[in-house]
Ligand binder design. Structure first.
Ligand code: GZL
Length: 322
C-alpha cells in the first residue's frame, strides 16, 4: 500500500514539474524578442555599448538576438533580413553608415516589424521607416570640441593648424563631429584644418594616419582633433615614437570620454575629452517595451552628456562607468 501511495505522489510531483516547465517554456514564448545588429567591436566605446545592450536586455527579460557586423553595412543588412525571417518582435541597430538603408527597412516595414535606431542616425527621406533614434547629438559634440579649442587659444594669434583623425567614412559621428568643429572655427581664420583622414575609429587606424601626418607636416601640427579615444590613443603612440609630447607640444582633443581617454588625460596626453555615452541599453529596452505595448515614442531621444577638460580627469575618473 505504502509503495503504491509513494508511486502516486512521485507521479503527481513529476507531472507538476513537467507542467511548470511547459509554463516556463510558454512564458519564454511570450517574451519579447529583439533582433539587434551591432556595428562591430572597433573601439572601447563599442565594447561598452555592447555590454550595455546585452545586460539591459537580460535585466528587462527581453530575448536578445545579437549580431556583430564587423563594421560592414552588408553584414548589418544580412542580420536585419534574418531577423525579419525569424519574425522577431522588434529590430534595433546602430547603423555603421548613414546611407543605403531604405530597401531593407522597407522589407521590415512590410513585415510589420518596428525598427529602433541606437547610437548613430541614418539619412532617409521616409522617417516612418524607423520608430525612434536613441543616441548622442554628434553635431553638438563637435561644437563643444570647437568651442573648447577657441577658448583654449583665445590669446593666441595663430596660425593654429589642426590635424583631424576622422571616424568611419560616411558614419554620422564622423560627419557631424567634423561639421560641428568647422561650424565653430569657420569665422576664425587663425584655425586651419591642414590634414584630415579616416582612422576608422580604431587605435591602429589612428596611429597609422598620425604617422603619415607627422611625416608630411611634422611640427606644423598644433592640434590633433580625434573623433574618438581609440584613434587619439593611437595618435599618442605615433607622436611619442616621433619624439613629440602629446598634450604639450600638440594639443589633443578627443571624443567618447572612455576610461582610456580619462587615463590619458590624467597622464597629460589628452587635453580635453568630449563625452559620448555608450550606455544606451536601458533606454533601448524601455523603448522596445513601449513599442510592443503600442505606445508612441518621440522620433529622437538624445542622450545627456558633457565635456571633460584634463584638469578634472583625476577627480572624475573613479566615477566613470565605461
Ligand atoms: C558614437 C559611436 C562611435 C564612437 C566610437 O556614438 O558611434 O563609434 O565615438 C565608436 O568610439 O567606434
Amino acid at each position: 500500500m505504502r509503495h503504491a501511495r509513494r508511486a502516486a505522489i512521485g507521479a503527481l510531483l513529476g507531472s507538476a514539474l513537467l507542467l511548470g516547465a511547459s509554463l516556463t517554456a510558454h512564458a519564454d514564448d511570450t517574451k519579447i524578442t529583439l533582433g539587434f545588429s551591432q556595428v562591430g567591436a572597433e573601439s572601447a566605446w563599442r565594447t561598452a555599448n555592447t555590454v550595455s545592450v546585452k545586460s539591459a536586455a537580460k535585466d528587462a527579460g527581453i530575448n536578445l538576438k545579437f549580431s556583430d557586423a564587423q563594421q560592414k553595412q552588408e553584414n548589418q543588412i544580412k542580420a536585419i533580413r534574418s531577423y525579419i525571417a525569424q519574425k522577431v518582435d522588434v529590430i534595433a541597430f546602430s547603423p555603421v553608415v548613414e546611407s543605403g538603408w531604405e530597401p531593407v527597412l522597407i522589407e521590415a516595414k512590410n513585415a510589420n516589424i518596428p525598427v529602433i535606431l541606437t547610437d548613430r542616425n541614418i539619412d532617409v527621406k521616409d522617417t516612418s521607416l524607423y520608430v525612434t533614434m536613441i543616441g548622442s547629438d554628434f553635431l553638438e559634440e563637435g561644437r563643444r570640441g570647437g568651442k573648447w579649442l577657441e577658448d583654449h587659444y583665445k590669446n593666441d594669434a595663430g596660425p593654429i593648424n589642426i590635424a583631424e583623425l576622422q571616424g568611419t567614412v560616411g558614419s554620422a559621428p564622423a560627419n557631424d563631429r567634423r561639421a560641428g568643429l568647422l561650424e565653430v572655427i569657420k569665422n576664425d581664420p587663425k584655425f586651419k584644418v591642414i590634414a584630415s583622414q579616416s582612422g576608422d575609429f580604431t587605435l591602429a587606424g589612428g596611429k597609422q594616419v598620425m604617422e603619415a601626418f607627422i611625416k608630411t607636416y611634422g611640427k606644423q601640427i598644433n592640434v590633433v582633433y580625434a573623433h574618438n579615444d581609440d584613434m587619439a590613443l593611437g595618435a599618442i603612440q605615433a607622436m611619442e615614437e616621433a619624439g613629440i609630447k602629446p598634450g604639450k607640444d600638440v594639443t589633443v582633443i578627443s571624443f567618447d570620454a572612455t576610461k582610456g581617454g580619462f587615463e590619458a588625460m590624467v597622464a597629460g596626453k589628452i587635453n580635453v575629452d568630449v563625452e559620448c555615452s555608450p550606455l544606451l541599453g536601458p533606454q533601448l529596452m524601455t523603448a522596445v517595451k513601449e513599442v510592443v505595448a503600442g505606445k508612441s515614442l518621440p522620433k529622437r531621444i538624445v542622450t545627456e552628456e558633457t565635456i571633460f577638460p584634463m584638469s578634472v580627469a583625476a577627480q572624475v575618473l573613479p566615477q566613470r562607468k565605461y
